[in-house]
Design a protein around this ligand. Structure first.
Ligand code: ADP
Length: 509
């Protein structure tokens, strides 16, 4: 019976597909079956190795003997099993990974032996290793992704993982955000994406790259570009949020926009300046050519008069006719005065245009002022003409004396010039608390209705004034003077019925 048992055991030992190795407490191999030899890479006919230590790499010795000694110290036959996984580098198959299952010891002839079952763990171990490797690989990719990422459980919006870039960007430690609702750390989907996510299938990339603002831990607001991927992890839908910090880009965009706007503003200003300059240049050129045209026309009459009168003076001087001589000398004087006036108008206009006329405000007595103006104006009155003058209110006024005098002389000389003989001209000054109203009215030729809009334009002359001497500069100068005093000038006129000019000058404190 024992023989039968021994034979059965021998057969089992030799034919087992599982490797079996028996060694004593010194490691000396008592027996090794063919399967074990095969696994350890020992040829079928090769002599058996002497010691278990020779079969496995030295780096496993310590661990092997910790297990073995524990098993050997056990009094009971069956010890608590242990498996030692070894990389069988010494074998012919270098990459074989073997499991040494050291489960019990055997007592034979008072000696204790360790029985080790040897199995090929290569494929199982590789599978496990690869799974772990791939898990680690993906974890590393997620953790070290240069784009900030969060993994959110879709059902309750809780953060289940955040990568390093996210933590760095938002200034949190991982445990500060784990299990938190995104909204509690100042992050949310945009409305459009929320709808898209709700409608999206289980595993899906939400195309929208939406811009949003988020508060980071320090309270600072940053600009983000958000996109989402829906994935299923253990059958639960999760969202992977990718967040790109575009704060600097936004600031640069804003800066660029500002610079562009400033540039555009500058270009507009420069263009305006240029247009103004061109306009001014154009006006100056126009003024010059009009001056030449007007001068050649307006100068001709007085110059002809001067020439004719000078000739006559010569004739009458020879005849010793003093009376006629004086008459023509007066004509020469009047013509020279006219030429001077015309020249002065041109010069005044040029001075105003250049901005060289600045009001010089003084207090003066209106009675004296009016007497002065009247004296000058009356010297040009036509036959039978008179000026009726009325002053109401304060006698002392604060104004630019010269500007006011030139303005009055201009308006009065027009009233005289454009009225017939015997006409009555009225001049009224009313000094009020906040303003002074001055009116010059005549009942002369009036201004045709169609010409009235252009009456203050430079060189403009109404068509009913063409035969009367003039340059069309006087009213243009007057208007500019009044504007310098912050006043207003208006008129009421009807052809053949007369004209009234009204000045409204604000009081100067
Ligand atoms: P000028 O008298 O040298 O022509 P002004 O600029 O003083 O130039 O006047 C412009 C035009 O306005 C005159 O040519 C004339 O047609 C018209 N005008 C000015 N004042 C009167 C007025 N009191 N009555 C009628 N027309 C006037």
């Amino acid at each position: 019976m024992a023989l039968v048992t021994e034979n059965i055991f021998e057969s089992f030992f030799r034919n087992s597909v599982e490797g079996i190795l028996i060694f004593d407490k010194t490691g000396k191999i008592a027996d090794i079956n063919p399967a074990a030899k095969e696994l350890f890479g020992i040829g079928k006919n090769a002599i058996n190795p002497e010691n278990v230590n020779d079969l496995i790499g030295s780096k496993y010795h310590a661990e092997l003997w910790i297990i073995c000694n524990r098993l050997l110290e056990h009094t009971e036959k069956k010890g608590k099993g242990n498996t030692l996984v070894i990389h069988n580098e010494g074998s012919r198959e270098k990459n074989l990974i073997l499991g040494l299952h050291l489960n019990n010891h055997i007592k034979l002839n008072e000696n204790r032996y360790i029985a080790a079952f040897v199995t090929d763990e290569t494929s199982r171990w590789k599978e496990k290793y690869e799974l772990r490797q791939s898990h680690e690989r993906f974890r590393k990719i997620f953790k070290h992704n240069p784009v900030a990422q969060l993994i959110i459980r879709e059902s309750d919006n809780l953060i289940i993982d955040a990568n390093n870039k996210f933590l760095e960007l938002f200034g949190y430690e991982l445990d500060e955000v784990m299990g938190k609702d995104t909204i509690s750390i100042g992050l949310d989907h945009c409305n459009e994406c929320k709808v898209k996510i709700e409608q999206a299938p289980d595993e899906h990339h939400i195309e929208n790259d939406c811009e949003s603002e988020a508060h980071i831990k320090s309270g600072k607001v940053i600009n983000l570009l958000q996109s989402y991927v829906l994935i299923k992890l253990h059958d639960v839908t999760h969202e992977i949020w990718s967040l790109v910090d575009i704060t600097e880009q936004k600031a640069a965009e804003a800066e660029l926009k500002k610079t562009n706007e400033e540039l555009e503003k500058k270009v507009t200003e420069r263009t305006k300046d240029l247009v103004n300059l061109l306009e001014r240049e154009k006006r100056m050129n126009e003024l010059k050519s009009r001056f030449v045209a007007t001068a050649s026309h307006e100068f001709r009459t007085p110059l002809t008069t001067i020439l004719a009168s000078a000739g006559l003076v010569e004739t009458y001087a020879k005849r010793m006719d003093a009376e006629k001589c004086l008459k023509h000398i007066d004509r020469i004087k009047a013509s020279v005065e006219l030429l001077t006036e015309i020249l002065e108008d041109f010069l005044s206009l040029d001075k105003i245009e250049q901005g060289n006329v600045k009001p010089n405000i003084t207090s003066f007595n209106l009675e004296d002022f009016a007497a002065n103006v009247l004296r000058e104006a009356e010297s040009t009155l036509k036959k039978g003409q008179s000026i009726e003058y009325a002053l109401t209110g304060d006698l002392i006024i604060k104004q630019d004396h010269n500007i006011l005098k030139n303005t009055m002389l201009n308006l009065l000389s027009n009233a005289i010039k454009y009225s017939g003989e015997d006409a009555n001209i009225s001049w009224a000054i009313s000094v009020q608390i906040d303003k002074t109203i001055i009116t010059v009215a005549d009942n002369g030729i009036g201004i045709p209705f169609d010409d009235q809009p252009y009456i203050f334009s430079r060189f403009f002359r109404a068509r009913n004034a063409e035969t009367i001497q003039g340059t069309g500069l006087g009213l243009n100068i007057v208007k500019k003077y009044i504007e310098l005093l912050h006043g207003k000038i208006s008129f009421v006129s009807a052809e053949n019925a007369g004209t009234s000019f009204i000045l409204d000058l604000p009081a100067i404190s």
